[in-house]
Design a binder for this molecule. Structure first.
Ligand SMILES: Cc1cc2nc3c(=O)[nH]c(=O)nc-3n(C[C@H](O)[C@H](O)[C@H](O)COP(=O)(O)OP(=O)(O)OC[C@H]3O[C@@H](n4cnc5c(N)ncnc54)[C@H](O)[C@@H]3O)c2cc1C
Length: 394
């Protein structure tokens, strides 16, 4: 019986183990943590955005954007749904294409993957950090590196897989944090820390508009967070790593034009008796943001005399509040990492290394990173499936 070693008991390692075991291969799965699938458990705020109904190479970033297409065509949404059904996991498809377990709990995903793997006879070794892949290749017919990325080190994120790849002569594309908060050293932001708004975020790189997104914006002591910020963080992180200037412009009231907003502020100050500037702003944005905007404009909080010039300035601050970004919040806080094992040295149909026979890579260790929305798990599942198929037919 062929013996397979899988290094990493996360998303891709578990799925690969199940498919190999279904082909009656003998599978040993090694996980450095005491428990399997820590990232699965915390994913999607404990709900696990497990995949997306609409998968395409356009949802991924890498040096070789077409690399993911074969895997996504062969193990796309329908194939994955069938797999989930085969382990007893029902899915809830949202109208925007995001997919969650019907239970709405990440725990269901991990429990069903783990129990299924165990029932198929996968030998699971936890607390087992692998350091020597060369030795493993002598002992096993195939070795799968499913060690993930450096993102979220408190959950097991590390660069072990990259080191393993280097030992076999692989090139590594420089890694960077993605789906991550952004840091800025701004007194204004510190004043606004704790406030949350739904707004529009524009990313400017070297003063050129790169991307605009809508969604939650969270003001924190270190900088900016929230879904809209995570969505621009991929491009921001790459630009920062290339020492380009990165700015973020926040439109806190996208339903207003500058003209409409300044006219409203002017009329409110005239028509609502005794209303102060702070009160006008509190009717539009959260209290802390109102206070911050007043500090930013260096005007008197209690003022009730607002002229056209000031109303235009206020409108501009609310619709185009700019921050210079100094850094990302780092790998520890990132959901994923971009960069990784160079795809030009991996077979896109099998995930086998072109440098070393019987050595496979799958999941986030490779130079593939997806947008927010279930795309990163989708890649983990699809690449793991290809590795398992290839190992089984060899
Ligand atoms: C907070 C958070 C939320 C997320 N939410 C989502 C989401 O909702 N949807 C989505 O699509 N993606 C999400 N992601 C990303 C997703 O979790 C990853 O893309 C996915 O888990 C990658 O799968 P993987 O198998 O490549 O790596 P992992 O799941 O990270 O598994 C790798 C495993 O290998 C182990 N390991 C590492 N080195 C060794 C070694 N030397 N020996 C033995 N074991 C080792 C690690 O401990 C880990 O358990 C989220 C990530 C985080 C951090």
């Amino acid at each position: 019986m062929k013996k397979i070693s899988i290094i990493g008991g996360g998303a891709s390692g578990l799925l690969c183990a199940i498919y190999c075991a279904r082909q009656n291969l003998s599978v040993d799965l090694f996980e450095q943590n005491q428990k399997l699938g820590k990232k699965i458990l915390v994913s999607g705020n404990g709900r696990c955005n497990i995949t997306n109904e609409h998968l395409s190479s356009d949802n991924y970033f890498s040096q070789h954007p077409e690399f993911v297409s074969y895997a996504l065509d062969n193990f796309g949404f329908n194939a994955f749904r069938k797999f989930c059904k085969s382990i007893g996991l029902f899915l809830d498809i949202k109208s925007d294409g995001k997919v969650y377990p019907l239970s709405n709990e990440a725990r269901s995903v991990l429990t069903l993957l783990t129990t299924h793997a165990k029932k198929l006879g996968v030998n699971i070794f936890v607390d087992s950090k692998i350091t020597d892949v060369q030795a493993m290749l002598l002992k096993y017919d195939a070795v799968v590196v499913a060690t993930g990325s450096q993102a979220a080190s408190h959950l097991g994120g590390n660069s072990d897989g990259l080191e393993f790849a280097r030992e076999f002569g692989h090139n590594i594309i420089q890694t960077y944090p993605s789906l991550v908060q952004l840091e800025t050293d701004s007194k204004l932001l510190k004043k606004m820390a704790g406030a949350k708004m739904n707004g529009e975020v524009t990313l400017l790189i070297n003063n050129q508009v790169e991307q605009t997104t809508k969604g939650d914006i969270l003001f924190t002591n270190y900088g900016l967070s929230g879904f809209a910020i995570l969505d621009i963080s991929q491009s921001a992180s790459v630009a920062l790593s290339e020492y380009r200037s990165v700015q973020v412009s926040l439109n806190l009231l996208p339903s207003f034009t500058a003209q409409k907003l300044s006219a409203y502020i002017l009329s409110a100050s005239k028509e609502i008796k005794y209303i102060t500037l702070h009160e006008i702003l509190c009717g539009l944005v959260p209290h802390k943001i109102a206070t911050g905007i007043i500090m930013h404009l260096n005007v008197e909080e209690q003022t009730s005399t607002i002229d056209t010039k000031l109303s235009k300035k206020i409108a501009n601050a609310l619709l185009n509040l700019r921050f210079t970004i100094d850094a990302t919040h780092g790998f520890r806080h990132a959901e994923v990492a971009g960069g990784g094992v160079d795809l030009s040295e991996i077979d896109p149909k099998t995930m086998e290394s072109y440098k070393q026979k019987n050595l496979y890579f799958c999941g986030e260790v490779l130079d593939v990173v997806g947008e927010r929305g279930g795309y990163n798990f989708a890649w983990a599942w699809a690449s793991a499936y290809l590795a398992a198929q290839s190992i089984s037919v060899k």
